[in-house]
Design a protein around this ligand. Sequence first.
Ligand code: ADP
Length: 190
Amino acid sequence: MLYIVIFGPPGSGKGTQSEKIIEKYGLTHIATGDILRNEIKNGTNLGNTAKEFIDKGQLVPDETIIRMIENKIAEIKNQTKGVIFDGFPRTVDQAIALKDMLADRNEKIKLMLYLEVPRDELIRRLSKRAETSGRTDDTPETIENRLKVYEDITSPVMEFYKQEGTFRCVSKIGAIDEIFIDIEKIIDNL
Ligand code: ADP
């Protein structure tokens, strides 16, 4: 099975490119932000806990996220060709936990795909998205905080995958389809 991590700061296009990858390669999408927003909508305990962190632009505690991912991985059916993780891992401890979880199934991450986008472009995109997304964490203050959390806590995850030898970077600025061409080349050469 093909296990991929799509990685990058908020606003880098992980969700958009994930959709295209899923469509072409038949992977299952595990997007922690989407799962958490769904839990919030349904008013579950997990959702209530998560909301306090999300609305401040902080990370939900590792323990909560790791348990949630364990449940999702357990649900994966044999029909799937693989999984794309989007918004996870966001800390080095999450990356280590993921490695252990997959090792239990004799699997591993084959690719960590980093979407590199300059900070001013991210702020532009996120501010624009805020006008229509309805997301409570798309306010100017929270956007600043999310970018800071990304820089301080999440970006070291890249080093982990560099050491694993699975790190690849796409840094083209351009149309969605042009970026996807670069991504296809990387995946097809795995
Ligand atoms: P973004 O567009 O900012 O990357 P996401 O939808 O991936 O947004 O995540 C939104 C929020 O959900 C994050 O700011 C964080 O509070 C929480 N979250 C999502 N994934 C994780 C994770 N792996 N670890 C901790 N918190 C997470």
